[in-house]
Design a protein around this ligand. Structure first.
Ligand code: ADP
Length: 677
């Protein structure tokens, strides 16, 4: 496969070349929430910058705005955000409800100050533009705006659910999904685990594996232990009451300073439909605190040697707090890459592999997320849109292959750590490494979901929407000096004209798409000039890099289960449900013309009952009866294997999806014609 883009170039990608903005005279701190209820939007006063923030600005490379940036097109000193001194910005500011932000509050506050957005720390009676939740989507009843959590995400990334979702993809595309260690779900697959390991050992006596047992829903290394043999699983009732995942242990990780470490990478799922994914250019590397040795019966219990969790290693006497991103027990990922690069490692390939891993993992998660989404926010009903920052935990093998350990729905956004000042006296002290990475991720997530930016973009779309503006548009293109940009823009202008002729622009989508492409195609100097005028002037360039739909062409073929989920959702019927009833399943079979003399409706019912019963017996929540998406996927794979016998599984499934979609499209057309008649 063609390698995908590389966010980090060379050794210092996370550091912005741009001058870090400083602190011109700013107006006073804004009043606290509550005073704002019912206030008119419009002229507002900007918040002040704290001393701490000012000192951080000086130190950090991704500093907040405020100090005038040098260079062409930038505002002179003494101006705030491109406006006159002493006068308030005449733009309604984005409002953010931070009352449920929990431990991410501190980093969020800094981000909001940098953006000059308005925070409501105690909530607001009027709707806010953005709701920032520390834990889950269900923290509030929200009917508009945007919320930083997807419904169902916490459930989706639990160890068992993630393992199942990845396994479905491994069944379809084993080679593409080899970045996730072989896993078994306990207790239901205990026998399978024992048998498979025995068979593998028999076929390769030199294989001396180690396994890691991880309780489902656990975090921070809680309840994790290593074993050398399946018979070592602690079957002390706990497995029954606390299901777990047992996984092949990666024995040969890449070491730095003889220590095992893992990477926490921040990924923004900006939208599910259409799928939009961004990856932060920098992450954190968390180090063990005991030199690594391959697992033996003697060292299996040494958590400081085998588990990289910060929450565990902080209790080791060897833990090093460092203000330097290149040293200590928590460092930036870019500092590791820099080191690897200096040793001649191919860091571009590594980044490309990491991007693939992230996109493929999200492709595995999206089908079920869509089921949760339509159940919580049914189409056509008022509700918020969602986005979410995910924490990907990745381990590098000795050969630099990245392996996925887990995905966190609520990655820690704390930018402080506890320090023992004197015996028994603890204080929260700032952690510059965390702050550098996490504030940039939150701030740039907000920039990407900025509702005002969307409005501005829509306005541009409308401008281009009217044919009369083609002359103006052409003039812009004609003025372009750079041949490549000119050529690209001309192509876009023709594309727009073509859409108008076809009358396709009624949807505005094509125009919007082409318009975005045009904006991206602007020569750098033009983009810079515009940035100088925009409210974002002075902010560092985005630390989040779009990877999807950018690389969609390379990954779309993997999105088969997504299409199966679309069929499932179509037949769910009652809004708000996540499970398919027997009638819905029968309707699916009938509408897609899947029953015949070899596969009667009685067999359809048996298939439904068999699979549904098995999945429901494994389910953690028994709230709803019926067939869940995974059960439907299993039934679908069965039907595909029956119908298209000789093909590999992914082709069987793709053929059946095409078959179903064809019949459903024909049915829709027929209904449309009947409706018109
Ligand atoms: P938790 O959510 O409790 O942190 P993880 O799945 O992240 O659980 O595992 C905790 C730690 O165990 C990881 O940070 C990593 O250091 C180690 N680990 C987990 N799975 C593996 C594996 N398959 N091979 C090697 N080390 C692993």
């Amino acid at each position: 496969m063609e390698s995908v883009g590389v966010p980090l170039q060379g050794c210092a990608p996370a550091r912005e070349a741009e001058e870090p903005p400083g602190s011109p005279a700013l107006p006073a701190e804004e009043p606290q929430s509550g005073q704002y209820a019912g206030e008119p939007p419009g002229e507002e006063v900007l918040p002040a910058v704290t001393n701490r923030e000012r000192s951080l600005r000086g130190a950090g490379s991704q500093g907040p705005p405020g100090r005038p940036a040098r260079g062409k097109g930038r505002r002179a000193p003494g101006r705030r955000g491109g406006e006159d001194v002493g006068r308030a910005v005449r733009r309604p500011r984005v409002t953010v409800d931070s009352s449920k932000a929990k431990t991410s509050l501190e980093a969020l506050k800094i981000s909001l100050r940098q953006l000059r957005w308005r925070e409501f720390p105690f909530g607001r009676r009027l709707p806010c533009d953005i709701y920032w939740h520390g834990v889950s989507f269900h923290d509030n009843d929200i009917f508009s705006g945007q919320v930083n959590k997807f419904p169902g995400m916490t459930e989706m990334v639990r160890k068992i659910t993630l393992s199942r979702a990845v396994r479905t993809m491994q069944d379809l595309f084993p080679l593409e999904y080899d970045f996730y260690p072989r896993s078994w779900i306990l207790p239901e697959e205990l026998h399978l685990f024992v048998t498979e390991v025995r068979m593998m050992k028999d076929s390769d006596p030199s294989w001396k594996p180690t396994f890691i047992v991880k309780p489902d829903g656990g975090c921070q290394g809680d309840g994790i232990y290593l074993i050398k043999d399946p018979s070592d699983i602690k079957l002390t009732g706990s497995i029954q009451s606390r299901p777990a995942v047992v996984q092949e242990y990666i024995c040969k990780p890449l070491l730095v300073d003889k220590l095992k470490f893992d990477i926490r990478l921040y990924v923004l799922l900006k939208s599910l439909e259409p799928l939009e994914i961004y990856i932060a250019k920098d992450g954190l590397s968390r180090f063990c605190t005991e030199p690594y040795q391959e697992p033996t019966l003697k060292n299996l219990h040494q958590v400081f040697m085998h588990l990289t969790n910060y929450s565990l290693n902080i209790h080791s006497g060897n833990f090093i707090h460092s203000d330097n991103v290149n040293t200590g027990s928590k460092r930036t990922f870019s500092s590791i890459l820099c080191r690897l690069s200096s040793r001649g490692a191919d860091v571009k390939k590594l980044w490309s592999d990491i991007i693939s891993l992230v996109i493929k993992t999200i492709i595995a998660l999206t089908p079920e997320l869509k089921v949760y989404y339509q159940s919580d926010i049914p189409a056509g009903k008022p509700g918020p849109t969602c986005f979410q920052i995910l924490g990907f935990d990745i381990l590098l093998m000795k050969n630099l292959k990245p392996m996925l350990l887990e995905v966190n729905a609520n990655p820690s956004m704390r930018i402080e750590h506890e320090q023992e000042l004197s015996p028994g006296v603890f204080e929260n002290v700032p952690s510059p490494v965390d702050e550098e990475v996490k504030v940039a991720v939150i701030r740039d997530t907000l920039r990407l979901v900025d509702p005002q930016k969307k409005k501005r973009k829509d306005t541009q779309v409308i401008v281009l929407f009217f044919p009369a503006h083609f002359h103006f548009f052409s003039a812009i293109v004609a003025g372009m000096k750079d041949k490549q940009h000119k050529h690209h823009s001309l192509k876009l202008s023709l594309k727009l004209k073509f859409y108008f002729r076809l009358g396709l622009c009624q949807t505005l989508e094509h125009v919007s798409e082409a318009n975005e492409e045009l904006l991206d195609a602007r020569p750098a100097n033009q983009a810079e000039r515009e940035a100088g005028r925009s409210p974002e002037a002075g902010l560092p360039s985005l630390c989040l890099k779009q990877v999807f739909p950018k690389y969609a062409k390379q990954f779309n073929y993997l999105r088969l289960v997504d299409r199966v989920a679309a069929l499932f959702i179509r037949f769910l019927g009652v809004k708000g449900t996540t499970k398919l009833g027997p009638t819905g399943f029968r309707t699916f079979i009938r509408n897609c013309k899947l029953s015949n003399s070899n596969f009667s409706m009685a067999s359809v019912d048996i298939l439904y009952i068999d699979i549904t019963r098995r999945w429901n017996s494994m389910a953690i929540d028994h709230k709803e009866s019926g067939m869940c998406l995974q059960a439907f996927v299993e039934a679908f794979f069965c039907l595909a294997q029956k119908k298209f016998k000789s093909l590999p599984l992914h082709e069987q499934v793709a053929s059946l999806i095409d078959f179903c979609e064809y019949h459903l499209a024909a049915l829709d057309e027929k209904r449309l014609v009947c409706g018109r008649g």
